[in-house]
Design a protein around this ligand. Sequence first.
Ligand SMILES: C[S@@+](CC[C@H](N)C(=O)[O-])C[C@H]1O[C@@H](n2cnc3c(N)ncnc32)[C@H](O)[C@@H]1O
Length: 223
Amino acid sequence: MEMLLKNPYRRLEHISGLREFYTIASDLINEQRWPEPLATPTPQVLQIGTAGYLTSETFVTFVHEKNRQARVYISDLSEKPLADCRTHGLEQSNVMIMQADTTHFQFPPNFFDLIETDALLQFLPPAEKQQAIKEWFRVLKPGGVATTRDWFIPNRSTPGELEAYEKRRHIVKEQFGVLPEKTTTEEIFHLLKTAGFSLTVKQDSSLEPGKFFLHIAARKPEK
Ligand SMILES: C[S@@+](CC[C@H](N)C(=O)[O-])C[C@H]1O[C@@H](n2cnc3c(N)ncnc32)[C@H](O)[C@@H]1O
């Protein structure tokens, strides 16, 4: 992944792809007429699973274009991408960089207005996925939103769809060095709903196999 991003064209592609993802997430929130999580005076924002400075820099820029007062916490399980973020000067007075496991956060309850994590859930084994989602719910403020996206396979899929999904899992492994867990759409919806979230979802038809790529915004109810 890091090698690919040394190529300037791949870097631009990465940045514009992520910006498109964040814009879709923001549109999903607006379509539901949920209050904009970044519209509070000093929103608390958490990015989980940075993977590298380019991803976090793109996210921090996107957030600060919407609200310069937002306090952004960049987190990852692994120290290496966090060190990369520090080396590239991402740490500032309102940008904190910290090692954290999304299944067991040290953050207090009701702390964040927005959680963003891209391509993380599909890598977690089932029990960790459930624990991570519970943690997101716990640390979000009432009315706070978690935005994410991944490849998921519906339970009732044709053999051709399953084959395409398996191919995609291996492409993702080449990109990130880890084979994603086979994760069904139904499983992910169930986990989010039983944690207490309200959901809105968009299938992405611009990516192949498009029907498996889902953008999700999950809101913790006000009460
Ligand atoms: C596939 S990468 C995310 C890709 C990234 N969104 C990008 O644009 O390049 C997944 C990241 O999640 C991190 N991660 C894996 N398990 C985690 C956990 N339990 N808690 C926090 N981060 C985790 C990995 O270290 C990795 O940096």
